[in-house]
Design a protein around this ligand. Structure first.
Ligand SMILES: *Cc1c(COP(=O)(O)O)cnc(C)c1O
Length: 408
């Protein structure tokens, strides 16, 4: 008899986006002429930069010629891309990361999901609330949590509530934990951790022999010069942190697929007997055994993001999204709403008007303005009383959506 991994039965049904679709479909059915505008999409909308498209074309040409054809590549990624990453994302900021510490993948979702495999089942984890669900669900599947409680939080996990009072930036818990997931700039709150915030976490991790899993998928959206782009800008972090990045939001690769993570050589965790083991070797073993590399075409495209034209073009696209974010923040503040984020991230975390729940305000915007948003409570109980707006829409749509907000 084949038996199942019963941890999967602990997972709450993916409820948020199906429920949004259900409500939008129900409204559209009754109001077929209404033109919906979505400020809910967590996906880029602008096409790939021309320099990236050109690199992909060249890669396809190479693969179509017997003299330049390539089959399986190195599982950890091609040297040309690992070196471009080490040089452009790290050395340029004075951070020493070797190409052999970079692991190229098909995206940060997989990496942030898979990394927990190299840690034992009894590690205690800390996550923010609200949170990107991948961090927690993958640990539930692996049996690192108890069942879900009535509020949706899993037993045994340390949740760090992100609220207006703490600026939506989690502080190290009083309790000792082993693994900490941090996401900065943050999805969904748009908050970005400063040097002092990260310094506190690095100190905590060093004191507790904990490992920080740092998701920097939105670092390219940072506009304030004082905000760190990498956790490795903090002294001592190489011993305690793994960093995840992605070309998905940076360069519109949500369909192309390419990302990477950095596992520094000197970063260690421990056996049950307390013997230190380097995580770079463990991750390399996992990666080479279970993954056959991102496609050559994706990696060639990713390398082009670092060319002078690639940088200029992708920065230009991000600037457009961030202009949307600035316009949204300004418009909403003028209308008397309280907003957070939208400065170093393409997400605006908007407080619902007094007395309205996330779903209540979602419904009001849907019915009165035909604008689709994402209820904050869908990311965790601390998200109740907020909605998430994204800046990934077309500028004309964003403008019209703000005019409709004025009318509700
Ligand atoms: C979009 C996103 C990613 C990127 O995922 P990919 O698999 O690289 O597309 C990672 N983390 C967060 C929090 C995200 O929102």
């Amino acid at each position: 008899m084949a038996t199942i991994n019963e941890n999967y039965l602990k997972l709450k049904a993916g409820y948020l986006f199906p429920e949004i679709s259900r409500r939008v479909a129900a409204y559209s059915k009754k109001n077929s002429s209404a033109r919906m505008i979505s400020l809910g999409i967590g996906d880029v909308t602008q096409p790939l930069a021309p320099a990236v498209v050109e690199a992909m074309r060249r890669a396809v040409e190479e693969l179509s010629d017997v003299r330049t054809f390539r089959g399986y590549g190195p599982e950890q990624g091609y040297g040309f891309l690992r070196e471009a990453i080490a040089g452009n994302d790290y050395a340029s900021r004075g951070i020493e990361i070797g190409a052999d510490e970079v692991f190229v993948s098909d995206g940060a979702k997989c990496d942030t999901a898979n990394i927990q495999e190299i840690f034992s089942a009894d590690n205690v984890l800390a996550v923010a609330d609200p949170v990107y669900p991948v961090y927690i669900d993958t640990n539930v599947m692996a049996g690192r949590t108890g069942p879900a409680a009535a509020d949706g939080r899993y037993v045994g996990v340390v949740y760090m509530s992100c609220t207006e009072e703490n600026g939506f930036l989690p502080r190290p818990p009083a309790k000792r934990v082993d693994l900490v997931y941090l996401c900065s700039p943050n999805n969904p709150t748009g908050a970005a951790a400063g040097r002092d915030d990260l310094r506190r976490w690095v100190d905590y991790a060093r004191q507790n022999k904990a490992v920080i899993l740092f998701d920097a998928a939105y670092e390219a959206f940072i506009t304030q010069p004082e905000i760190p782009h990498s956790i490795y800008e903090i002294e001592g972090s190489r011993d305690v942190a793994i960093e995840f990045r992605s070309f998905s939001k940076t360069a519109g690769f949500t369909g192309v697929r390419c990302g990477f993570c950095v596992v520094p050589r000197n970063l260690k965790a421990y056996t049950g007997d307390g013997a230190p083991v380097e995580l770079n070797g463990l991750w390399s073993r996992r990666h080479t055994t279970k993954f056959n590399g991102a496609s050559y075409i994706s990696q060639a495209a990713a390398a082009a993001v670092y060319s002078p034209e690639g940088k200029r073009q992708t920065t230009g696209i991000i600037a457009k999204y961030m202009a949307n974010a600035a316009f949204m923040r300004r418009s909403l503040e003028e209308l008397g709403y309280t907003t957070h984020g939208g400065v170093n991230a393409p997400y605006i975390w908007m407080k619902t008007p007094a007395g309205q729940t996330s779903w209540g305000f979602f419904d009001r915007l849907l019915q009165k303005a035909q604008v689709i948003t994402t209820p904050g409570c869908g990311f965790g109980p601390a998200g109740e009383g907020y909605i998430r707006l994204t800046a990934f829409g077309a500028a004309e749509d964003v403008k019209e959506a703000m005019e409709r907000f004025a009318g509700i």
